[in-house]
Design a protein around this ligand. Structure first.
Ligand code: DQA
Length: 140
């Protein structure tokens, strides 16, 4: 399978950013082990701090990839535009959150993405990306 991971704002700071919540490993380190784990599949990765760039990438991925694993970060809780773009494309999107957003502040507990995602994984740390990819492999 060909899967694109899209990471939203501040996820370029993983390892340094609030390590008690998001852990001490950088995404680039984790990504190497993830690619090794799924070496029979193509796993690409894109990170941006910009909402419109997430939408552009979702639109570009349609037809290019079999599925997207998306952590929209804070845009999860605000972005009708990202939810609309997930509805507009034909490939499935699995939503991932490193932390358990249901156990955090009230403003994090609502996701605009969950109703339009094929599946949502949260609270597994970085391992959630592996779970999401395995879910796609098992279910598509
Ligand atoms: C996050 C949770 C969001 O609430 C937060 O804004 C993030 C990361 C997570 O992976 O746990 O940036 O999506």
């Amino acid at each position: 399978m060909k899967i694109l991971i899209i990471n939203g704002p501040n996820l370029n700071l993983l390892g340094k950013r609030e390590p008690d919540i998001y852990g001490r490993q950088s995404f680039s380190d984790y990504y190497q082990s993830l690619k090794q784990h799924f070496k029979n599949h193509q796993i690409d990765c894109y990170q941006t701090n910009h909402e419109g760039a997430i939408i552009d990438k979702l639109q570009e991925a349609d037809g290019e990839y079999d599925a997207v694993v998306l952590n929209p970060a804070a845009y999860t809780h605000t972005s009708i535009a990202i939810a609309d773009s997930i509805k507009a494309i034909t490939i499935p999107v699995v939503e991932v959150h490193i932390s358990d957003i249901k156990q955090r502040e009230n403003f994090r507990q609502h996701s605009f993405i969950t109703p339009v995602a094929l599946h949502t994984i949260m609270g597994q740390g970085l391992k959630g990306y592996q779970t999401a990819i395995q879910y796609l492999i098992d279910n598509l």
